[in-house]
Design a protein around this ligand. Structure first.
Ligand code: LP5
Ligand code: MN
Length: 288
């Protein structure tokens, strides 16, 4: 089993991507949505052979039902897993690691730390809402920060993980915005302001973003298939591509250059929690 920080295989496969635009209870009966491999496999809860993937939780103090569902997920399902991968947008927004003392954030950090101390490996990738999460948060939560994208090997199958926003290349307004806010100098300047000022600016950007989104077509805000194909080619056709961001949970079969691949899109946690569970028999999309 190769873990993402096991550089040997992942690094040898890593290409130059500069050319790319790129109530606390056990969930009663998990509903099986889709299975990607042919092996007969009954719905099952996580085990020490299971890798779990989630994204787009958008946790915040004002959505307590999602926080409760998430803490329950950590204490039950994730507790039995080998590893939990959070592929971006864990938080509604993240204004900087100097906000970790916030009571809500401390609650989440404690839950992660408790889970990590049981031996479950925790990995986090930035989303477009929380790309300012940095090492201080990760150390406190005992989480390993992953690059976007990151290639892992799950039970012998290569899986490429990303948030997904980078693949939405038709959304040029967003991509321009992304270029600016991912710039390290821009971030340094932004972070030099007071926490209060930053939060006000983020609220303002959120309003602006919602206004703009209401004018964009659903297609523009989805992944661009050429960008998906280019990424899969650049990473030598991994069997799985797993991402979130678009809030369109689904399983897409891709045939490209003689390779069969599966693109799993993770669901958000606005109304209901969901996760992708992968073990030696395949992957299952499970709703809480
Ligand atoms: O997040 P989601 O899914 O709702 O929408 C995204 C894109 N929007 C964003 C913006 C974030 O939601 C805002 C929160 C970021 C917090 C980061 C903290 C540090 C940055 C602080 C900056 C001050 O990512 C949305 C996509 C959508 O996904 C689908 O892919 O379409 O993109 C936009 O809506 C972006 C607009 O098209 C362009 C924004 C230009 C902003 C111009 C600033 C004007 C106001 C300035 C006020 C200070
Ligand atoms: Mn996102």
């Amino acid at each position: 089993m190769v873990q993402p920080r096991d550089k040997s295989e992942a690094d040898s496969l890593k290409p130059d991507l500069s050319h790319l635009g790129l109530s606390h209870a056990e969930p009663s009966q998990p509903k099986l949505q889709l299975t990607d491999f042919s092996s007969p496999s009954l719905p099952k809860t996580a085990s020490s052979d299971t890798y779990l993937f989630i994204s787009d939780l958008h946790l915040c103090a004002s959505r307590p039902h999602i926080t409760i569902a998430f803490l329950d997920f950590l204490e039950t399902t994730a507790l039995k897993a080998k590893a939990l991968y959070i592929l971006g947008d864990l938080f509604e927004y993240w204004a900087g690691d100097d906000d970790i003392d916030d009571a809500f954030h401390q609650q989440i950090i404690l839950a992660f730390k408790t889970l990590a101390n049981t031996g479950v490996q925790l990995f986090l990738m930035h989303g477009n809402r929380d790309f300012l999460i940095s090492q201080r948060f990760c150390t406190a939560a005992k989480i390993t920060l992953l690059n976007d994208p990151t290639l892992v090997v799950l039970h012998g199958k290569k899986a490429l993980l990303c948030h997904g926003d980078d693949l939405c290349t038709d959304d040029t307004a967003y991509q321009n915005f992304r270029l600016q806010v991912r710039d390290k100098n821009w971030q340094k300047e932004f972070l030099s302001q007071s926490l209060e000022t930053r939060k006000k600016q983020i609220v303002s950007i959120r309003t602006h973003s919602e206004q703009e989104k209401s004018q964009k077509s659903a297609q523009i805000m989805d992944v661009n298939s050429d960008a998906v194909n280019a990424l899969l080619q650049a990473y030598h056709y991994p069997e799985l591509l797993i991402h979130g961001h678009t809030h369109r949970p689904n399983q897409h079969q891709i045939q490209l250059d003689g390779h069969d691949m599966t693109r799993w899109v993770l669901g958000d946690w606005y109304e209901q929690g969901s996760y992708l569970s992968c073990d030696q028999y395949g992957c299952q999309d499970i709703r809480l």
